[in-house]
Design a binder for this molecule. Sequence first.
Ligand SMILES: Cc1cc2nc3c(=O)[nH]c(=O)nc-3n(C[C@H](O)[C@H](O)[C@H](O)COP(=O)(O)OP(=O)(O)OC[C@H]3O[C@@H](n4cnc5c(N)ncnc54)[C@H](O)[C@@H]3O)c2cc1C
Length: 312
Amino acid sequence: MTIKENIELAGLTSLRVGGPARYFTSVKNERDARLALSWAKKQGVPYFVLGGGTNVVMSDNGYHGLVITTNNSGIEFTEDDCGTIMKVMAGTPLQDVVDASLEQGLAGLEWAAGVPGQVGGAVRGNAGAFGGETRNVIESVDAVMPNGKVQSFSNADCHFAYRSSIFKEESGSIILSVVFRFMPGNKAALTQKAEELRAWRRERHPLDYPNCGSVFKRIGVENIRIGLWNRYPDMKQAVRDNQVATAYFIDKCDLKNFNIGGAEVSGKHPNFIINRTGNARAEHIVMVASHMRTRVREKFGIILEEEPEFVF
Ligand SMILES: Cc1cc2nc3c(=O)[nH]c(=O)nc-3n(C[C@H](O)[C@H](O)[C@H](O)COP(=O)(O)OP(=O)(O)OC[C@H]3O[C@@H](n4cnc5c(N)ncnc54)[C@H](O)[C@@H]3O)c2cc1C
């Protein structure tokens, strides 16, 4: 394990903002992960685990502790009486897992076609889309805990919830590997579905600009006051799986293209903030997000909750 100093983080995130990491290391296996944690402890500095960097906003001041990036990748298939299981290293791009499952005609992760980032990040945030969620295909997860011990978590132990898991609620562990369980499916149909979803994303998401995906979580229908349904009848069209798309509320506040510095509410998908100039600062992203939250609260009485992690 090598510790580097003053490594720029902006280029390691999809949003392309953030200052340098005071200390930086890349872990390939359990031993590296344990060494990284014990190094941070000895130095008395905090640590932060960075996966694919597609769901984080790093501070302009950088990170004053140790950034630990997961650089372990690999996929292994095995069969058992109940179907096919796939053991995947946490640093593997999620898209490699989607492609490998489609290649084998395995169902369960096709909804994730086009979701960037690594497997560890997807498990920690229980990534989901189009009614699918990572938790639905997880058999077990191995993580190095803050005390340096490896712990195995069954699906139930992971306490998965909407965009959450035990790894988010009790941060500090490094997810090392994940066992997925898939069901047999029709390869042609699954591949077609995945291609349709990728096309849907290309059409609707502002992929030409740096971004970190949806800035705010969807709103559960139970959190919408009755009067709002009467006042905004078209809101029903924004409902899927008992949640309202947050873009609906942001759009109603006329916030498309609202910008501060180089940070801008996407005109294509208003729940995305884009780094339009490529030189936006994290503080601009925060100011734009804060304005979106305030406007939606004032107009609808709804409190928006961030989806990415703001590391400040
Ligand atoms: C264009 C675009 C579209 C997106 N669409 C979706 C979508 O449809 N659905 C969705 O859910 N998300 C979506 N996202 C968000 C993002 O892709 C996912 O949340 C992804 O799973 C994050 O993975 P990551 O490796 O990039 O995590 P990072 O951004 O690196 O980290 C996110 C969090 O996970 C933690 N983490 C990462 N790896 C580990 C690990 N090995 N062990 C412990 N903690 C770890 C980090 O500390 C951090 O707190 C989108 C993002 C973009 C840019």
